[in-house]
Ligand binder design. Structure first.
Ligand SMILES: Cc1cc2nc3c(=O)[nH]c(=O)nc-3n(C[C@H](O)[C@H](O)[C@H](O)COP(=O)(O)OP(=O)(O)OC[C@H]3O[C@@H](n4cnc5c(N)ncnc54)[C@H](O)[C@@H]3O)c2cc1C
Length: 417
């Protein structure tokens, strides 16, 4: 049976909820259609359950996408103070941690969801869960939505907030891209970002579980693209940890010959590393080579590094290690190159790179230029941020802009008739 609605928000994630609150505060009747059993499923998993809800410096340089100017003009419309005030008003006292990361003082992502749900309830936002939008058709005066229950809903305005493909265990799928394509949008090929890197090296199993404070550089076709410092985790498939997740996007980009080079002692000079290694290997010539390096390197790393330096029998006396092998070892400690084979899949990725071309929207309202009356918010757009609260920041900003403009345009139309 056909129903008539004013604003329908497709997707009850971060951006959809922000849009719902804002549109309802501007007096618009709002309905959210969410395909999962509950709304905000992914939000609960953010920041390891703590929700890194924004960042004190949400500058465009922390964002990626084909049209950076468009991203910047969206971000500039909603200053960080506005986002903090939005949450303060809902009851979220915030705290700022390293690198400007903002968390709720409660340290609980669930508190962010609770206050958003309370506000939506207070504003009479209606929510229908387990309702997947299957198609959107543009009509003369609005849109026709079809759901998985074969319901047909006429909507004056639609806010498309279906997110990207990243985080499939939390409900992410690619249905939003199909809906956008059907109304004429271009989709820039999505690929995983903020994601672990897969390596081709044979020694991966031997290092599984090793954690090391180092600096990782991503190299594509011989050029260093980005460097990140922090705790690197070696795993059976490759590498993970905060600095690697920041580099993951580069591993998914087009291009060949991708490598990660790890500096195991990023705060030491090459001379200091040389002095340390020579002292260890030459001062006690009878000591087995692997033992000579014990206490400096993780025990699981020693055989891998010695073998990579060309040593076959690692328990032989240190005096047997040749100058060439020592120099090779020093080189590895300074710049240990590993061949990249790709990234883990959507299941593990935290964000989607690519998505709806941002050239196809009006950045001051988030309204689609292909289908007027349709607003685009959140991760479905070709805009992804680094790790640090930037992606939720984008979701809140775009949600607030779209909610306000969809409601304003609705009330203007009412006044005209
Ligand atoms: C594990 C994890 C941790 C993260 N931690 C952080 C963090 O701490 N800080 C940060 O800034 N970012 C973090 N992110 C990224 C951030 O969560 C997302 O960028 C953000 O949630 C995107 O918001 P969104 O509203 O666009 O999409 P989502 O939050 O993904 O919401 C989209 C919603 O739409 C629904 N939907 C999809 N298709 C349909 C359809 N056809 N019909 C009806 N409903 C549909 C989905 O079920 C979902 O509920 C994390 C991501 C993951 C996976």
């Amino acid at each position: 049976m056909d129903r008539k609605e004013s604003i329908v928000i497709v997707g009850g994630g971060a951006s959809g909820m922000a849009a719902a609150v804002e549109a309802a505060r501007y007096g618009a009747p709002v309905l959210i259609l969410e395909k999962e059993k509950r709304i905000g499923k992914k939000l609960l998993a953010t920041g390891n359950g703590r929700c890194n809800l924004t960042n004190m410096d949400p500058d465009q340089r922390y964002y990626h996408g084909q049209n950076k100017n468009r991203i910047e003009s969206v971000l500039k419309q909603v200053p960080i103070e506005e986002i903090l005030a939005f949450f303060k008003d809902l009851g979220i006292t915030h705290k700022v941690e390293e690198a400007g990361k903002v968390y709720p003082y409660s340290d609980q992502a669930s508190s962010v969801l609770d206050v958003l749900m309370y506000e939506m309830d207070r504003l009479n936002v209606r929510i229908e869960t387990e309702t997947k939008v299957m198609s959107i058709q543009q009509k003369k005066s609005g849109f026709l939505i079809t759901t998985n229950h074969r319901n047909r809903i006429e909507a004056k305005k639609i806010i498309l907030a279906t997110g990207g493909k990243a985080g499939s265990p939390f409900g992410a799928d690619d249905s939003g891209y199909g809906l956008a394509k059907n109304v004429g949008h271009t989709i820039i090929k999505p690929f995983p970002a903020i994601v672990q890197i897969k390596l081709q090296e044979k020694w991966l199993k031997a290092l599984n579980g090793v954690k090391w404070q180092g600096e990782a550089a991503f190299i594509a076709d011989g050029e260093v693209k980005r460097k990140e410092k922090g705790e690197i985790l070696f795993t059976e498939y490759g590498i993970s940890g905060p600095p690697i997740l920041q580099l993951g996007r580069l591993a998914g980009e087009e291009g060949i010959n991708k490598k990660v080079a790890i500096a195991l002692f990023p705060d030491w000079t090459k001379e200091a590393i040389q002095a340390e290694i020579y002292t260890r290997l030459r001062n006690c010539p009878v000591k087995p080579m692997d033992l000579a390096l014990t206490g400096l390197l993780h025990k699981k790393m020693i055989p891998v590094l010695l073998k990579s330096a060309g040593v076959e029998k690692i328990a032989r006396p240190s005096s047997e290690m040749t100058e060439m092998q020592i120099n090779h070892l020093i080189q590895l400690l300074c710049n240990w190159e590993m061949n990249v084979s790709g990234t883990l899949s959507w299941q593990h990725a935290q964000v989607t790179a690519g998505g709806i071309d941002t050239n196809e929207l009006c950045s001051s309202s988030m309204e689609s230029s292909m289908a007027p009356g349709l607003y685009l918010v959140g991760e479905i757009m070709d805009a992804d941020g680094d790790c640090g609260g930037y992606n939720l920041h984008w979701a809140w900003c775009t949600g607030l802009i779209a909610g306000k403009h969809a409601a304003a345009s609705l009330s203007m139309e009412k006044r005209q008739f």
